[in-house]
Design a protein around this ligand. Structure first.
Ligand SMILES: Cc1ncc(COP(=O)(O)O)c(C=O)c1O
Length: 427
């Protein structure tokens, strides 16, 4: 029995997270190792533009992170007691993200948004939340309504198993549409506990919102006394040290972080004003607890990654790489006669086979997903691992040097050539 048969016998769909199933391929990729910008797989070496769905910012197997983790392992790896590293990591996060005065470390982005929503409800003593079409905030009941990421890829944006009474408490508004959002806030009025939003949407492809939209999130929540939660699990420490809130100049009440700040180890953070955070147990009545909260290995990795990010160099390399690949793809696609839109910000990019711009989830739905998946499959054969779905995003890291980028563009040129020929044959 090969590994795929064995995997399917023990895991639903053969995987432990749907986005790994790569349903457009005959079988998913099997990882054997990783280093720098490369994944080593059962299909050979691939330049990795998925970057663990944005969890790494320095590339794979970064020596600084590895050394910090190994040092921690030498001192034991779990205590379930307070440690100095967690205090230090929290202080450094606070110094970069002014809206966070107090925080709690949890283990995943899912836990972070689940607790932030519970806290917002506890603080306001209200129940209804507004979330946005195509935004993804992890896999708990209160956010799996019209969600993005794997939920969109697999066509189950609203999960089965969520009680109807919970769905009633979640109002879904269109993303990047100020008028529709204002209407939704008016309709919910003083029952609104919180608005949760990705400040740059990275789970329905890449959607970069207008500044007015972000501004309206702050203004409208303030008007009705609701909590604004910015979910920066992707953007936190990726689009800069102060995240998308720094980029857009907006101060949320609560922020969720994850991915990058764990250096590739499990982490989640929810944090915000002292007034709200002091409602969390043991100070207050909103409960959160976790055996693995502030896990020493994640804290060590987080401090190591942050030390590098604070030099600014990783952002220079990763951002330049994303810009060059985005431009390169536009040029290559144009040469082969494809209508392609490429969206790009900081170290994130995504391409869409369509005409016109991409500003909303509806625009993403109008792009040709089948052609995207065909390109993905062909690019794999040419040594490039693009984001495995139209609804995901490509991420560059500090390991995506100019040389790696140029090599990738040559592979993508070959891939587009082959894609063109394949589509011609099929028509
Ligand atoms: C914006 C956002 N929030 C929350 C999550 C959930 O994080 P995790 O997968 O660590 O539970 C994700 C995961 O992709 C995410 O992109």
């Amino acid at each position: 029995m090969d590994i795929w048969d064995r995997a399917r016998a023990v895991f639903p769909g053969g995987v432990n997270s749907p986005a790994r199933a790569l349903r457009h391929l005959a079988a998913p990729l099997v990882a054997l190792g990783a280093d720098g910008p490369y994944l080593f797989t059962d299909r050979g070496r691939l330049v990795d533009f998925c970057s663990a769905f944005g969890a790494i910012m320095l590339g794979h197997n970064n020596p600084k992170v590895r050394e910090a983790v190994e040092r921690q392992l030498g001192r034991g790896w779990i205590y379930a007691l307070l440690t100095e590293q967690e205090v230090e990591l929290a202080e450094r996060i606070r110094s970069h993200v002014p809206s966070i005065r107090k925080l709690r470390f949890v283990n995943t982005g899912t836990e972070a948004t689940m607790n932030a929503i519970r806290l917002a409800r506890g603080y306001t003593r209200r129940d209804v939340i507004i979330k946005f079409d195509g935004n993804f905030h992890g896999s708990h009941d209160h956010v799996l309504v019209k969600a993005g990421s794997g939920a969109a890829t697999w066509g189950i944006p609203t999960s089965a198993g969520i009680p109807a009474d919970v769905v009633k408490l979640v109002v879904v508004a269109p993303y990047n549409d100020v008028a529709a959002f204002e209407r939704a806030v008016r309709e919910v009025g003083d029952r609104l506990a919180a608005v949760i939003a990705e400040p740059i949407a990275g789970n329905y492809g890449l959607i970069i919102p207008d500044r007015d939209f972000i501004k309206s999130l702050r203004e409208e929540t303030e008007k009705v006394g609701a909590v604004l939660i910015l979910d920066e699990v992707i953007t936190g420490f990726r689009v800069g040290l102060s995240g998308a809130q720094g980029l857009f100049g907006v101060r949320p009440d609560l922020t969720t972080l994850g991915k990058v700040i764990g250096g590739g180890f499990p982490i989640g953070v929810f944090g915000g004003s002292t007034e709200i955070m002091d409602l969390v147990a043991p100070n207050g009545p909103v409960y959160n607890a976790g055996t693995f909260n502030a896990h020493p290995v994640s804290m060590a990795a987080g401090l190591a990654v942050l030390g590098e990010l604070e030099t600014g160099r990783p952002y220079e390399v990763a951002d330049a790489a994303a810009e060059r690949v985005a431009k390169g793809i536009e040029e290559i696609a144009g040469r082969y006669g494809f209508d392609v839109v490429v969206k790009h910000i900081s170290s994130m990019f995504q391409l869409y086979f369509k005409r016109g711009d991409v500003k909303t989830p509806d625009d993403v739905r109008k792009s040709d997903e089948k052609v995207y998946l065909k390109l993905h499959e062909i690019a794999l054969r040419h040594g490039v691992y693009l984001a495995p779905s139209q609804y995901e995003v490509n991420f560059t890291t500090a390991a995506h040097t100019r040389e790696v980028v140029e090599q990738s563009l040559r592979s993508l040129e070959e891939s587009f050539r082959e894609l063109k020929a394949a589509l011609r044959r099929a028509s």
